[in-house]
Design a protein. Structure first.
Length: 244
């Protein structure tokens, strides 16, 4: 089996580390990649083809793991060339997922939940072809939600609305605590109710948000566009904070 990768960030790298089998070969392309990404690809034992079109053609499963703004272009440019399953793992809205469904055959809507570079994330799937990917449970915990493309997209956006809004609040509160030289005490008192590892998890969440604020702002914009009939006061406030 050949699994092709469009996008080569943490998601793709961790999938390669988790899905290890003599029967599975990963392929990607360095076409248009940055020097940093090329370096990451060269460190891993995967096959490199000339173009992403070539990757799409040979793949039994083609995985798109990019930024939200590139998800549709990836489907338009490469999805049409694969006859296998097109697994979209981008943090996109249900509307974007349904648009992608117009450009590719055999779309499965997916999301990896949990710390992306951990050894125990969970892969959620929805779509009529999801059953064909349940074999991945041997390598990464895999759960099918439904046969409806878009259901996983809804769930991952709702999760993002919670985690990113919480992250923005943590950043703001920690900054104020730091101004009063009370940052340690701030996390200490929260740990009494939130658990002993709260400070460690919060610090990781804050750093991740600050280091990836542009991408996380894009994801919040997707949420606002998707659930535009809802008030979303907190999500909009979080977006404003990230844009600062």
């Amino acid at each position: 089996m050949i699994i092709g990768l469009i996008g080569f960030g943490k998601v793709s790298k961790n999938l390669i580390n988790l899905i290890k089998s003599d029967d599975i070969t990963f392929v990607t392309s360095m076409d248009g990649r940055s020097n940093k990404t090329i370096g990451s690809i060269e460190k891993l034992e995967i096959d490199v083809l000339d173009t992403f079109k070539d990757v799409a053609i040979v793949s039994d499963i083609l995985i798109s793991a990019n930024s939200p703004k590139n998800a549709i272009d990836a489907a338009k440019n490469y999805g049409k060339f694969t006859k296998g399953i097109y697994l979209d793992l981008n943090n996109i809205s249900p509307e974007t997922t349904l648009e992608i469904n117009n450009y590719v055959e055999n779309l499965v809507d997916g999301a990896i939940i949990g710390k992306i570079d951990s050894d125990n994330p969970v892969l959620y799937l929805s779509g009529a072809k999801s059953d064909e990917l349940l074999f991945l449970d041997k390598f990464i915990q895999t759960k099918k939600i439904s046969d409806s493309v878009g259901d996983v997209a809804i769930l991952k956006l709702l999760r993002s609305s919670y985690t990113k809004t919480l992250s923005a609040l943590l950043i703001e509160s920690a900054q104020i605590a730091n101004e009063y030289d009370l940052e340690k005490e701030f996390f200490d008192i929260l740990s009494l109710t939130e658990g002993d590892d709260f400070r460690e998890k919060s610090t990781s969440r804050i750093n991740n948000t600050l280091n990836n604020s542009k991408r996380k702002a894009e994801e919040l914009e997707e949420i606002i566009n998707c659930f535009d009939k809802n008030e979303l006061i907190m999500v909009k406030a979080a977006l404003e904070k990230l844009n600062q």
